[in-house]
Design a protein around this ligand. Sequence first.
Ligand SMILES: [Mg+2]
Length: 248
Amino acid sequence: MAKFLFVTDLDNTLVGDDNALIELYDRLQKHREEYGTKIVYATGRSPILYQELKKEKNLLDPDALILAVGTEIYTNGSHTPDSAWSEELSPGWNRNLVVAITTHFSELVPQPDSEQRPFKVSFFLEQTKAVKIIPQLESDLQKSGLNVKLIYSSGIDLDIVPRSSDKGQAVQFLRQKWKFVAEKTVVCGDSGNDIALFAVGVERGVIVGNARPELLQWHNENPADYHYLAKDFCAGGILEGLKHFGFL
Ligand SMILES: [Mg+2]
């Protein structure tokens, strides 16, 4: 057995099956103590919503946290985002300009203030309207010289973030910082904002059995032998995948 970098989404991936989570945590915690395996959560949640879930589900303290769909990285329990990562996101980002452009789209419903972050502007957008609105919005943002991208997830969440930011890019940053090769890194997810975790390189990928249609469709269109579609749901699916790849 050797150490590995374990990266997982939270909602409906790590969290969703309490009994399976207890078993997974038991295995991971032992692995961390014995081999130096690192545990990373990569979530769309803001710090406030992360803390709520952490308390509710008694989540283990991770070695690093990737919050707000990859726009913020916190290591070793720090409450301040990693400044080297923030610097990488700054070129071509202008939060006020992004907000100004989005006001022209009445279909966009702003998410609560807690979810509006220095490098993320977030809305609710109904799936039926998304097909029409997203390309128009993308075009308007580009015309203004902004270097941004749109991430649409779970049929409702629309995030506008710097182009160089997503969960996958944030994992690359941590991999390099901690010197883990892609083959010793495993990423786990269930929805659209997790595609970046799977698409960024040859990291081992576990797609949980309850994955949403947008991720399953991406997986069908981009098959790879280093991605595993689990049968079990949530933490049960993660356990299944970690065994499949020989990490546990
Ligand atoms: Mg999720």
